[in-house]
Ligand binder design. Structure first.
Ligand SMILES: Cc1ncc(COP(=O)(O)O)c(C=O)c1O
Length: 415
């Protein structure tokens, strides 16, 4: 019997056409998922403390905002060049020369909608099925997601706490195969805050010199947020023989509290930058002109604010690391940079919370902490290492003190 035409018409209004298979390879980041849960609790009237997002609580420098305003008034409001305005590329080149001693021509620089798009451009242009992308763990989860969307396979190299969460040359050597297309090096690191020294990078560079088929991504997003030792070191500068296959990524989000402006940049060999600009051009007709004007002003303008913010992050790091390390059941290292701590919750596993929740994993810990103590943190599993949690201390000291007190109370009530 034929279905009634009315039923068919009704069905046609509800059937959704298919989605792409790549969607199955793309997961919502745990940071986002945990923030959504925390917002729901806040909307339900709870006093939730957010330590989930890696976003500075400072204001964008006034001179950067004024530069954006001036650019708009001057009529700098038309489509920009897809790989970035010349003014911003020149400012980026000056920044790399000043801070890393690296020299780049304009055709060796690309501007993207945040460092995130720059990294995606690079993977889209080079990685595909059959390729492996080496990601030292713990890692910023976006690398793995992007590699998978490109069809490539993320391969994780464990960097355990007993080596300061730093990548060891012998582990890198063992992980490289003929299929390796990229190594990602993120220092200072999200989520551990660990930083690689010049000597660390020299040793890794010696391994990479033996494997000329591997591209190198130096994600230096937190380069200016380094608290002990320093200055920041990057592979293209430490091992110039690798520069022709190194992409150095940076941006204004973290350094200048400009996350919402969405400006990041990459610098490397001209052929790679051209390929990346091609990929970027498929998705977007360039990056906001006024945002680029603001970023150039931030890079070229007074830098005292950066030092003042770094001093403030340093104080917060000490406050949080000391408070958490003093809690029986937690073990918190003192990271070198960025604005995260990554304490181990191993001592809390196998216990039950005051609210009756069984804590067997770091995810159980993060969920119970949110539900019962209203402190939002992110489980280490989503950064590729258990049993830890990531705590962002890019928030004011009063909130951090309240959060640490609540965490200590929550842990002390575990049975
Ligand atoms: C390690 C790392 N790299 C890159 C980025 C990208 O930053 P943006 O796209 O805001 O420039 C982030 C943001 O959280 C990050 O943590």
């Amino acid at each position: 019997m034929q279905p009634h035409p009315g039923v068919l018409r009704q069905l046609a209004l509800t059937v959704v056409p298919p989605f792409a298979s790549r969607l199955g390879r793309a997961q919502v980041a745990a940071t986002v998922a945990q923030t959504i849960r925390a917002r729901a609790l806040r909307e339900a009237g709870h006093d939730v403390l957010f330590l989930t997002i890696g976003e500075p609580d400072f204001a964008t420098p006034a001179h950067a905002i004024e530069a954006a305003h001036g650019a708009a008034l001057r009529g700098d409001t038309k489509y920009p060049p897809q790989d970035g305005t010349r003014a911003l590329k020149d400012a980026v080149a000056r920044m790399f020369a000043r801070e890393q001693g690296l020299s780049f021509a304009p055709e060796q620089i690309i501007v993207g909608n945040g460092g995130k798009q720059v990294i995606f451009d690079a993977l889209l242009a080079t990685a595909e099925q059959g390729c492996e992308v080496l990601i030292p763990a713990p890692y910023w989860s976006a690398y793995a997601g992007m590699a998978q969307v490109c069809g490539a396979t993320p391969v994780f190299i464990s960097c355990p706490q007993n080596n300061g969460f730093r990548l060891r040359p012998e582990d890198l050597e063992a992980a490289i195969t003929p299929a390796t297309r990229w190594l990602v090096v993120n220092t200072p690191n999200n989520p551990t805050g660990a930083a690689l020294s010049r000597d660390d990078l020299t040793a890794l560079g010696a391994v990479l010199l033996r494997h000329p088929h591997v591209w190198i991504m130096a994600d230096d997003m937190y380069a200016r947020l380094l608290y002990d030792g320093g200055p920041h070191a990057t592979l293209a500068a430490v091992a110039p023989a690798l520069a022709h296959r190194a992409l150095t990524v940076s941006g204004v989000s973290k350094t200048y509290a400009m996350t919402g402006w969405r400006i990041g940049f990459g610098a490397g060999p001209a052929a790679l930058i051209r390929a990346m600009a091609n990929m970027q051009g498929q998705a977007t007709a360039g990056v906001s002109t006024v945002g680029q004007a603001a970023a150039a002003a931030a890079l070229d303008g007074p830098q005292e604010g950066v030092a003042a913010q770094a001093a403030s992050y340093r104080r917060r790091r000490d406050l949080v690391a000391d408070a958490l390390d003093a809690v029986p059941g937690l073990a918190c290292h003192r990271p070198d940079g960025a604005f995260y701590v990554f304490p181990s919750v191993a001592g809390c596993l196998g216990h039950t919370s005051a609210g009756g929740r069984q804590i067997d994993t770091d995810e159980d810990f993060a969920c119970a902490l949110l539900e019962e103590a209203h402190v939002a943190v992110v489980q280490g599993a989503s950064f590729g290492m258990r049993p830890y949690v990531r705590i962002s201390y890019a928030t004011d000291e009063a909130t951090l003190i309240r959060a640490c007190t609540r965490i200590a109370e929550f842990v002390s009530r575990l049975r």
